[in-house]
Design a protein around this ligand. Structure first.
Ligand code: GLC
Length: 421
């Protein structure tokens, strides 16, 4: 009898400890800059709190390669990854493979930036939780602007001129590998975000408008591409045609460029203890396309989604809610300059102290230019691929802007056929 009671007690004991039901969740985190390390700290904290374990699956840095990997895994119905870090432009593409989180998010989504909340939903279903918001920004070397007595450029014309002056001056001073302006020119999703900024800043639209009309073949878009092609080999190294975010940051952070286009994450690294440019960097909105153009930063960012094929969906959802919650978003903003998606954190004094640009550039984030992902749904990746390949041809002088845009217009019409969805 007593043995039975002991047995029962033991069983009950086991029943109440978390570890008896501990599961292993696997999450894919991207590893741009400090992203992996900061993701790891977050998942470790959740693991500690819940008694579960978390395995991080690292993924390629290029957004385009990462999407291909996800599509392969999900198409096979593989449950290997429970939680996916997905790009804001992928929710429509991956929708069929993601769990609906509506019931689990409580009233949560309403506290997020509206543009980010929108990217998390498809046909009324909440398929991901916003994790951090991105917008394209101009990084500049304040010390060099001071040295050459130049203001922060307001138009692409100003930037071209100032970059040239600084580049010539620094090269004369013995820095033979110094460049004016670095950005992301490889044929991948990052080029779509850069080129959309140039085109939108000239008033050339967003490739496809909100109604689904293809608008890319227009003189302003051609002018924007012509301007950018003019940088390659003059103020920008030819190598930019193979740069993603990290290659551009490598050149800028080594002190070898006056200007860089990048996302907010580069701030925490440029200001890091081991950075050669610490204390010399400023951030501004990207330049306008001429006096009557506008400052345009592409809206980017990442969400966390749970796979339909997860065998531990409850724990996976709990992890997503923890990582996208206020406390963790605040920690990530301070440690890694990842812009929160929770609106209330924009008034947070601790975040403002380490990342002054988050408050100063609030306009850039609220007016960020969205890629045509919602309107093109499942077809977005095809649209973006045609677009970045076309832009890459123009940048590498294999095609003239007007003829390239004419061809792109035709290719997009073929993809659209009877509609996007
Ligand atoms: C960043 C952005 C993402 C964008 C990608 C392009 O990861 O968050 O939205 O698509 O860069 O390289």
């Amino acid at each position: 009898m007593s043995r039975l009671i002991t047995g029962l007690a033991l069983a009950t004991g086991l029943f109440t400890t978390a570890s008896a039901f501990a599961v292993e969740i696997s999450i894919s985190c991207s590893a741009l800059g400090k992203e992996y390390e900061i993701c790891k700290q977050g998942v470790d904290a959740w693991a500690q709190k819940t008694g579960n374990t978390v395995k991080i699956v690292s993924t390629p840095n290029s957004a385009t390669e990462r999407l291909a990997l996800y599509q392969q895994l999900l198409a096979a119905g593989a449950g290997d990854i429970d939680v996916f870090q997905i790009d804001v432009v992928w929710t429509g593409i991956l929708a069929d493979h993601l769990q609906d989180l509506t019931a689990k998010a409580g009233g949560g989504i309403g506290s997020h930036l509206p543009a980010m909340a929108e990217t998390s939903q498809v046909n009324g279903k909440l398929l991901a939780m916003p994790w951090f918001a991105d917008a394209g920004l101009l990084y500049y070397r304040q010390d060099l602007l001071d040295k050459y007595k130049r203001p922060v450029p307001q138009t692409w014309g100003d930037l071209t001129e100032t970059a040239r002056i600084i580049q010539e001056g620094e090269r004369k001073d013995g820095k033979g590998d110094f460049w004016g302006y670095v950005w992301q020119g490889r044929a991948y999703e990052g080029l779509t975000t850069n080129a959309l900024e140039w085109i939108a800043s000239y008033g050339g639209g967003t490739i496809i408008d909100e109604k689904g009309e293809i608008t890319i073949e227009n003189p302003k878009a051609a002018e924007a591409l012509k301007t950018a092609a003019g940088w390659v080999g003059t103020i920008t190294p030819e190598g930019v045609l193979n740069y993603t975010e990290e290659e551009a940051r490598g050149v800028f952070q080594a002190g070898n460029a006056a200007f860089m286009r990048n996302w907010p994450y580069a701030w925490a690294l440029a200001q890091g203890a081991d950075s050669t440019i610490k204390g010399k960097v400023g951030i501004a909105p990207l330049p306008k396309g001429g006096a009557d153009g506008r400052h345009a930063g592409t809206l980017g960012g990442q969400l966390l989604a749970v796979s339909k094929y997860s065998k531990n969906a409850d724990a996976a959802i709990d992890l997503v809610m923890y990582l996208t919650g206020e406390e963790e978003q605040k920690r990530r903003a301070i440690e890694g300059s990842f812009n929160p998606t929770i609106v209330a954190l924009y008034g947070d004094a601790d975040i403002a102290k380490v990342n002054p640009f988050i408050g100063d550039l609030a306009d850039v984030f609220s007016n960020a230019v969205a890629r045509p992902a919602t309107v093109t749904g499942q077809n977005y990746n095809r649209v973006s691929t045609e677009f970045f390949n076309t832009v890459h041809q123009v940048l590498s002088k294999r095609a003239l802007p007007e003829e390239a845009l004419n061809r792109l217009d035709r290719d997009l019409k073929r993809i659209k056929r009877n509609g996007w969805q």
